[in-house]
Ligand binder design. Structure first.
Ligand SMILES: Nc1ncnc2c1ncn2[C@@H]1O[C@H](COP(=O)(O)OP(=O)(O)OP(=O)(O)O)[C@@H](O)[C@H]1O
Length: 537
């Protein structure tokens, strides 16, 4: 009977192990599919977020960990939970088989092993509680660490580090970080050591106790005793694996929790009040607009309106709040108070897609993706690109000859990350592609943040001629430090200082009525007409 039981149990355990191979294979494919199904959902969701949320520490943590929850296959997050659940099922089955098998000898050893494993779980819980209590600290350290890795790996920062011999500085901060990491790790491994020692001790006691009981309870043969030793050890091992899997599920639920938080963040497309009206003349009204971050006001008390087709220049010193204001105008930031309305509708109620149709924006720090020129201009999939329109706008911004000289024309890749024949752009060429992107959009409101910063004088002149011609009937707001180009009567100039608009009017009117504008103007004029270069100070 004992022999038959052993045989049956052995077959049962190995059958489960073989079944496990198939489970593991299915699991690998499942987590792979999961990654491809959910990563686009994740990215799509971020499009609906407020920029201020993406910029915040909270947003960054939830993005990083939420992404990890779905992207790291079976190691972290949802993939790990599925993998550990499979382990739970597998070890659970093995435990049941082993318990039945041992029941033929005596139920006591099995009961003792079970009891002692519960005790071990208690130890593990202590370790876990410490882990979760200090997890935030470890997350922060890991996020600092990833900054170092990202910065060092990035080609552009690598250049600066070499040019300015910043390695010592880097090393200084890195060592500081490593110190924190080592301290954290030391605490954790000391605690793990104590817990593991406790668990091993409990194991040995358990094995000895079970055997003693077995001997005391019945007259067992040596063969049965040997079988009992091996069965108890296997049972213990399975209990251990079961426990580990259970604990890992708990740990990975933290990542999933972050994924859940991520999906629950306010998503503008979910709002009931979203307006999808895309028509309108392009009239902008700004009322009592203010924006603060962590209680610090960046812009405040802003009131102005822009008529359809009007050209507006936003000028002011560095840090005056110009970029912040245009981020509010195009809905990237949500005002702390006040409102921005376009054609009588508060843009806070607009869906992001509506905003993209109505407003085309060019920022100083816009990125050119390592895709083709045509894709960078049209910002859509190859099938949807209007090639003739792409060529026309590239022509208009003065890139006709440049593109004609490229081996694959508008299909040439920019940068060599995705294509080894990709080309590098100069700063001015990049600005021209970004402006071509705005023209391609054909929106009736265009907002341009320092669009000519990298342009040569001839290109800058062409740029303003193009604005006059192509954006003639369209509302256009341009942030610029080069005042001369906008010194005409048909441009309304908003002068910003310390986070608010202190004056608005034509160049001539401002020269006559605004001391601060006069100061900006004469400072710049002196550089161009060769006057007193120190006039500004
Ligand atoms: N996300 C942010 N969090 C905190 N402070 C910010 C944030 N964005 C901008 N600031 C601060 O707000 C102020 C205005 O910045 P903004 O970029 O709007 O200035 P700007 O007028 O465009 O300057 P520049 O002419 O140099 O481009 C600056 O003091 C800047 O440090």
């Amino acid at each position: 009977m004992v022999i038959l039981t052993i045989l049956l149990a052995g077959v049962g355990v190995y059958a489960i192990r073989i079944f496990d191979l198939f489970l593991q294979q299915r699991l690998t494919l499942l987590t792979f599919d999961f990654r491809f199904d959910y990563v686009p959902v994740f990215s799509e969701h971020i499009f609906g977020w407020q920029q201020s949320l993406i910029d915040s520490v909270e947003g960054k943590t939830v993005i990083d960990q939420g992404y990890e929850a779905i992207y790291n296959g079976q190691n972290v997050g949802i993939g790990a939970i599925i993998a550990q659940t499979v382990t739970l099922i597998r070890t659970g089955c093995q435990i049941v088989v082993l318990l039945c098998m041992m029941g033929f000898l005596s139920i006591w050893p099995a009961a003792i092993v079970l009891g002692l494993n519960l005790l071990q779980y208690g130890f593990q819980r202590i370790g876990n509680q410490w882990y979760f209590k200090h997890k935030k600290e470890q997350n922060r350290i890991t996020s600092y660490q990833s900054y170092f890795v990202r910065t060092l790996m990035k080609r552009s920062t690598g250049k600066d580090i070499r040019l300015f011999s910043m390695f010592d500085l880097f090393h200084h901060h890195f060592m500081d970080l490593i110190q924190k990491l080592v301290t954290w790790q030391r605490h954790y491994s000391n605690l793990s050591l104590v817990i593991n020692l406790g668990q091993r001790l409990v194991n040995i006691i358990g094995l000895a106790l079970s055997l003693l009981i077995l001997i005391a309870l019945q007259n067992v043969s040596v063969a049965a005793l040997l079988f009992a030793i091996s069965a108890i050890q296997t049972l213990n091992l399975n209990f251990g694996n079961f426990r580990d899997a259970y604990v890992k599920v708990g740990k990975n639920l933290v990542f999933v929790d972050n994924f859940r938080k991520f999906m629950a963040f306010p998503y503008r497309q979910d709002q009931d009040s979203i307006e999808n009206k895309v028509s309108g003349s392009g009239k902008i009204e700004v009322r009592d607009l203010a924006y603060a971050v962590n209680g610090v006001s960046l812009v405040h008390d802003i009131n102005f309106s822009v008529k359809r087709g009007e050209k507006v220049a936003l000028v002011g010193e560095n840090g005056a709040g110009k970029s912040t204001l245009i981020k509010l105008l195009c809905g990237l930031y949500t005002p702390s108070s006040g409102s921005v309305s376009i054609d009588g509708q508060n843009i806070a109620t607009w869906a992001p897609a509506t905003m993209r149709q109505r407003v085309a924006v060019e920022f100083q720090d816009d990125v050119i993706l390592h895709f083709t020129i045509a894709e960078n201009v049209a910002c859509t999939t190859p099938q949807q690109i209007d090639t003739a329109r792409v060529e026309a706008v590239l022509d208009e911004v003065g890139l006709e000859d440049f593109v004609a000289g490229l081996p694959s024309g508008i299909q040439t890749f920019i940068g060599n990350e995705l294509n080894e024949n990709g080309i590098q752009l100069s700063g001015g060429q990049k600005d021209k592609i970004l402006f071509a992107r705005v023209l391609y959009r054909q929106a009736n409101i265009n907002i341009l943040d320092e669009p000519t910063a990298a342009l040569d004088p001839i290109s800058e002149k062409q740029f303003y001629a193009l604005v006059d011609e192509k954006l003639d009937q369209k509302t256009t707001i341009i942030v610029t430090h080069r005042l001369g180009a906008l010194a005409t009567d048909d441009v309304k100039i908003l002068v910003m200082k310390d986070g608010t608009v202190i004056a608005a009017g034509s160049h001539r009117w401002l020269l006559a009525n605004c001391d601060y504008y006069r100061k900006l103007w004469s400072a710049q004029r002196s550089l161009y007409v060769g006057g007193d270069r120190h006039e500004a100070s």
